[in-house]
Design a binder for this molecule. Structure first.
Ligand SMILES: C[S@@+](CC[C@H](N)C(=O)[O-])C[C@H]1O[C@@H](n2cnc3c(N)ncnc32)[C@H](O)[C@@H]1O
Length: 237
């Protein structure tokens, strides 16, 4: 993780400044620094994105939404995977929207990709619009995870899937590191990583069924998938 490398070389005060800036930029990229960061994230998150997306089946749907699309590489990958579908992207950062749109401009021109500025808390699409929804390295920034996941559920069609991917899952052995970054960032609004059990429970509380949490033991990554129950499943539960 880049934060760990920074901390090895700098004194506490400079660490605080840099980590706080880095975290606020990853949470909502702004300005030139944010633009550079979105491109860096495209590279840095490529492997974990490939790993997460392989849990989706290729013919799973035609309308795919990527939330918190950052530099837009995941939108591009999804458009390659779902060649007969249309990929939509939202992000509440102007810079992320600009960066994603630029990267996918040829697909936007072909009407295979549509990107707009929006928050996960208020998704500008009708109910049951999407077959698949992805969110890579972003859920821990959402203002109210359970409510936001209910908003995601609203726009998902019955039997549609939400896939959340994260490099870090809260575990006893990384508790100290996560807390240290929270202290360095000097904010209680730090990345709100969840344990595997907490994530599972939040999916259930938000109304998802068939929740599966995949772990990549080598890297410590997590990919949580939940399905929107159809009418019959809802009645049975
Ligand atoms: C760490 S970056 C990850 C970007 C991209 N998904 C990737 O994997 O490279 C987090 C992204 O989520 C976006 N984001 C954070 N909170 C959001 C929210 N509440 N609604 C929409 N986008 C959000 C940020 O603007 C940023 O572009």
């Amino acid at each position: 993780m880049c934060c760990s490398v920074i901390c090895m070389f700098l004194n506490e005060e400079r660490q605080m400044n840099i980590v706080a800036k880095l975290i606020s930029q990853t949470k909502k990229p702004t300005g030139i620094a944010g633009l550079i960061l979105t491109k860096a994230m495209n590279r840095a998150h490529s492997r974990i994105t490939n790993w997460g997306l392989h849990f989706l089946e290729i013919d799973e749907g035609h309308k795919i939404l990527e939330i918190g699309c950052g530099g837009g590489k995941t939108i591009y990958k999804l458009a390659q995977m779902f060649r007969n579908g249309k990929v939509y992207g939202i992000d509440y950062s102007d810079v992320s929207v600009k960066s994603s749109t630029k990267l996918n401009s040829h697909l936007v021109d072909q009407n295979r990709v549509e990107i707009q500025k929006a928050s996960v808390s208020s998704i500008p699409y009708p109910a049951e619009f999407f077959d698949v929804i992805t969110a890579i390295e972003t859920y821990f920034f959402w203002p109210n995870l359970e409510n936001d996941m209910k908003e995601v559920l609203r726009v998902l069609r019955p039997k549609g899937k939400l896939l959340l991917v994260s490099e870090i899952v809260r575990r006893p052995e990384n508790e100290k590191t996560i807390d240290r970054f929270a202290r360095l960032a000097n904010t209680s609004d730090y990345m709100r990583y969840k344990t595997k059990g907490e994530l599972n429970q939040i999916f259930i509380n938000a109304g998802y069924g068939n929740v599966t949490i995949h772990e990549n033991k080598k890297h410590g990554w997590i990919c949580a998938v939940g399905c929107k129950p159809d009418k019959k499943e809802k009645e049975e539960s």
